[in-house]
Design a binder for this molecule. Structure first.
Ligand code: PLP
Length: 409
């Protein structure tokens, strides 16, 4: 592996004995996914994970057997009520909050537009929002639009050269006008993880809200929103084997103070439902419940994280100097998501040759991470590779060989 020009030297920290530890029965896991039956290697989980059959089955079953709306006395409507309550309980278990603090929406970005507008109703012209330069634009654009409408100021927290968050820069930008510190817990582009506890503490010391985009992090590391101290946290179940949905949790004492944007007759309790703007996609919530059952059956995210890290380490150990990896050079401080370029081969061509070799990766310019992209220094595009727990060591080895082969013809 080659480090990008100007990158600081850093040592790999995990010994091989540690990284070869497998914590899940990957073959048994893959048996549950029709999508994984062929030879195609899906290495694009950061764009959206594959889904076990039981999730699709639950969605179809709900449409067949429980198509109704909430609140009627007949059986299918009652069933819908139970699906929503179960989804709130599952989300609460996944995130470490109370079921009443859970909210669902179309996707993270839509929920973030809704919740940032709700939180910002009392903000005054000149109030400040800090966002991180590691962020996906789903975590930035909602604040920029709010700032546009309410004359607020959005400032970016800088990064260190290795793509970690510059906490000194954060400290220097916090002040009495700071209302929110919003940041991605893990980068969907380079995989760098932020010390979320530290950032939340700094935000709170300045009297600001701590607002976490956990979309990328949630697929790879377990979440305890109370332990980390976030006021609001958002993620997207389609990144961790669920359907296309967004979900969030907010601290109850904070949400109690918010005036929701909602249709007036819609329910106001439990608390989280106050922020639902209309009818929920009940069939997708049933799919979400099945995805949570699936994850629980394989031991949860905590159980698969070491295996995922071992895939990442195997990749880093196997690639040659012709492959430049942007961001952190080892597995320390990151999730197994990598932005790379192959020497002398345009990213689009790499992605297309890998597709020919039955390997699914993606070439893009910014990865929706507009501030990070400016700092990475590649001329055009890069290739993103994302491993998740259903990937295999064989797929990693095929990828390494296929990356090398892109230079040959
Ligand atoms: C880190 C991060 N934040 C936010 C988003 C936006 O999520 P959604 O597609 O649910 O709106 C993504 C999507 O890829 C992401 O990776």
């Amino acid at each position: 592996m080659r480090a990008p020009a100007g990158a600081p030297a850093q040592e790999r920290t995990l010994p091989m004995t540690e990284v070869l530890r497998t914590t899940i029965d990957v073959a048994a896991v893959r048996d549950r996914f029709s999508a994984l039956k062929g030879d195609f290697a899906f290495l694009d989980a950061p764009g959206g994970s594959q889904v076990p059959d039981e999730v699709g089955d639950a969605i179809a079953r709900t449409l067949r057997e429980a198509s109704a709306n909430m609140g009627a006395v007949y059986a299918t409507s009652q069933r819908i009520g139970r699906i929503l309550a179960e989804a709130e309980q599952n989300a609460a278990t996944f995130l470490g909050c109370d079921p009443a603090e859970v909210m669902f929406g179309a996707n993270m970005t839509s929920l973030n537009f809704t919740l940032s507008r709700t939180a910002g109703r009392g903000f005054q012209p000149g109030d400040e929002i800090l966002v991180s330069s590691l962020d996906h634009d789903g975590g930035v654009a909602p604040w920029l639009e709010l700032a546009h409408d309410k004359d607020l100021v959005v400032r970016h927290i800088e990064l260190n050269p290795d793509t970690t968050l510059d906490l000194d820069d954060l400290r220097s930008k916090l002040g009495p006008r700071t209302k929110v510190v919003a940041f991605a817990w893990a980068s969907n582009a380079v995989g760098t993880v932020v010390d979320a506890r530290r950032v939340c503490d700094l935000a709170h010391e300045a009297g600001a809200l701590a607002w976490i985009d956990a979309v990328h992090y949630a697929a790879h590391e377990p979440i305890d929103v109370r332990a980390v101290g976030a006021d609001v946290l958002l993620c997207s179940p389609y990144k961790f084997c669920g359907p296309h949905l967004g979900m969030a949790c907010g601290r109850a004492e904070l949400m109690e103070t918010w005036r929701p944007y909602k249709a007036r007759p819609a329910p106001t309790s439990p608390l989280g439902r106050r922020f639902a703007t209309g009818t929920h996609p009940y069939e997708l919530l049933a799919g979400f419940n099945a995805a949570m059952d699936y994850l629980a059956s394989i031991g949860g995210i905590a159980a698969v994280a070491p295996y995922e890290r071992s895939l990442g380490q195997r990749f880093l150990d196997g690639i040659s100097d012709a492959v430049t990896v942007y961001g952190l050079p080892g597995m320390e401080g990151r999730v197994p998501t990598f932005l790379v370029n192959v020497e002398g081969v345009p990213a689009e061509e790499v992605a297309s040759k890998l597709a020919d070799a039955q390997i699914g990766v993606w070439a893009h310019d910014s990865w929706y991470s507009l501030n990070l992209y400016k700092r990475l220094g590649y001329a055009d595009k890069s290739v993103r590779i994302g491993f998740i727990h259903y990937n295999t060591t064989d797929e990693v080895d095929r990828l390494i060989a296929a990356l090398e082969a892109t230079r040959g013809s």
